[in-house]
Every structure is written in structure tokens, then in C-alpha cells.
Design a protein around this ligand. Structure first.
Ligand SMILES: [Mg+2]
Length: 275
């Protein structure tokens, strides 16, 4: 039997009216997870739509170029620049958009599917910066905590975007064994005869091993102690949508339930008392 669209609409409306079909209310745990994901909406709006985000990206790479020009490597060493990938050189905000639209939390499986799709875009100024370094006596190293299994998809994506010199020597992903502290890879670059003049990242862990797995109070202390190096040796891109600062909210955060994560986020708001 053929049912017209109008007829189908009438049937559905009358079923809804009679109470036979009703949307299932989400379970409490799902609601908490939904709220967590939805709290990134404004951050992703800003990253995808604001001119301010593009301006900060250009500003970061202009500063990185100046810092690179002015750096004097130690005698006998070559000049290197270390950059992170995600939300530093490439833009994965469409994956965050997919999470929001599909009410899906971050998972390694869906992140890997996104990487395999090779759809990350270049951050404004990032591709030109990579070429500038390599054409002016330096070498750029891409130090990322993407998994080894995502290596070839990452190479394809970076090459399609036009990044300079993406090779097994320069693209250093998370090593087998899973150590996400990048300091060993920074040391490995230096052991090849380089002096790292500039670090570029969206996470303090992209700049130094020191803030790794620290709470935000210690991470802010690291920043204060190195204040003269920002804009000179350390160049930061903004990332309000995710990062180690999130687990830095509280010692309990990373192992907390979704509901407790929401409570921690709320508790960590510094609020005027209205007086
Ligand atoms: Mg990053």
C-alpha cells in the first residue's frame, strides 16, 4: 500500500497525540555526556567562525617567524623549529562539530576514523611558516601525539595541504609504548645536531616536558616562570575546545564520571558574588 507523505504525517501526529509514540527521555548518564559535549559548542563556533581565531593564528606564525630569524643556534648546531600538529598546524574542528551534531563523546575509534578521512585543514599561516623555516637554513619537526597507526593518513593529509618536508625524520608521532610526554622526542631532535630555537603548540606540553600531567596551578606557574620566552621561544595557538588544561582542572577529573566532570567544571568557575 502506498501512503502519501501527508497521510504518513497524519498517522504519526495522531500516534503522538494518543501517546503511542513518545520520544525516549535520555538516561541520566547520557544527559551528562550530552551536556559535556554541548559545552564545547561556543568554543567550536569561535574557532570555526571568528576572524579573531584566524588573526591569532597569523599572529602566532608571524611571531614564530621573527623568533626563528632572531634565534642564534649554539655553535656547531643547526636551527630547528618544533611544531605540534592538531590545533597548531592543522584544524580538526570539523571532528568536534561531528561530536556535537551526533551527541558523541571523544573516542579513540572515532578520532582515528576522522584522521583516516584526511579532512583536517591548515591553520592560517601554518603552511607558509613551514616553508619559511626550511628555506631559511632551519628544519621543521612535526612532533604530535597521534598514533603510529595513523601515520600514513597523517602524511597524506599534511602533504595534500602543502606542508614542507614531511618525512620519517621530521614527523615524530607518539612512540610505540605510548609515552605522550614529548620531551624524549625533543631530546631526539637535539641529538641529531639541532638546537630547537622555537616551539609552537596549542598545549603547554608541546613546549616542554615540565607541565606534563600537572594541575593548572602548576601549569600557570610554569607559564609565569617562563613569561619572557613567550612570543620568542614559545609560541602558543589558542584552543578553548580541548587540551590538557581540561584534566588540569582537578586531580580527580580524568577518572571522574560525566556527571562529576560537569560538577568540577562548575566548581572551578570563579564567580562574582553580585555585591
Ligand atoms: Mg595540539
Amino acid at each position: 500500500m502506498h501512503t502519501s507523505k501527508f497521510g504518513l504525517a497524519v498517522i504519526i501526529l495522531s500516534l503522538l497525540g494518543s501517546g503511542c509514540v513518545s520520544p525516549q527521555p535520555p538516561a541520566a548518564a547520557d544527559t551528562a555526556q550530552l551536556k559535556l559535549t554541548n559545552q564545547t559548542v561556543f568554543a567550536v563556533n569561535w574557532m570555526q567562525q571568528s576572524g579573531e581565531y584566524s588573526a591569532l593564528s597569523y599572529q602566532a606564525f608571524n611571531a614564530a617567524e621573527m623568533a626563528f630569524i632572531q634565534a642564534r643556534p649554539k655553535p656547531g648546531l643547526k636551527k630547528a623549529v618544533v611544531v605540534d600538529l592538531d590545533e597548531t598546524m592543522i584544524d580538526n574542528s570539523a571532528y568536534a562539530g561531528w561530536q556535537i551534531k551526533n551527541h558523541h563523546p571523544f573516542t579513540n575509534a572515532s578520532w582515528s576514523r576522522w584522521i583516516e578521512a584526511r579532512k583536517a585543514k591548515a591553520l592560517p599561516g601554518a603552511v607558509d611558516f613551514s616553508h619559511y623555516v626550511n628555506e631559511h637554513g632551519g628544519r621543521i619537526f612535526y612532533v604530535s601525539n597521534r598514533d603510529q597507526k595513523d601515520y600514513s593518513a597523517t602524511v597524506d593529509n599534511l602533504n595534500a595541504l602543502g606542508f614542507a618536508d614531511v618525512t620519517p625524520q621530521t614527523l615524530l608521532l607518539k612512540p610505540a609504548g605510548g609515552n605522550t610526554n614529548k620531551v624524549d622526542r625533543f631530546d631526539a631532535v637535539e641529538k641529531q645536531g639541532y638546537d630547537i630555537a622555537v616551539f609552537v603548540g596549542d598545549n603547554l606540553n608541546d613546549l616542554s616536558g615540565e607541565p606534563y600531567h600537572q594541575l593548572n596551578i602548576q601549569r600557570r606557574d610554569f607559564v609565569n616562570r617562563h613569561q619572557d620566552e613567550f612570543g620568542h621561544k614559545y609560541i602558543m595557538l589558542p584552543n578553548p575546545s580541548y587540551g590538557d588544561w581540561e584534566n588540569g582542572l582537578s586531580k580527580a577529573y580524568s577518572a571522574a564520571s560525566d556527571q562529576d566532570k560537569l560538577k568540577i567544571r562548575d566548581k572551578m568557575i570563579d564567580a562574582w558574588d553580585g555585591k
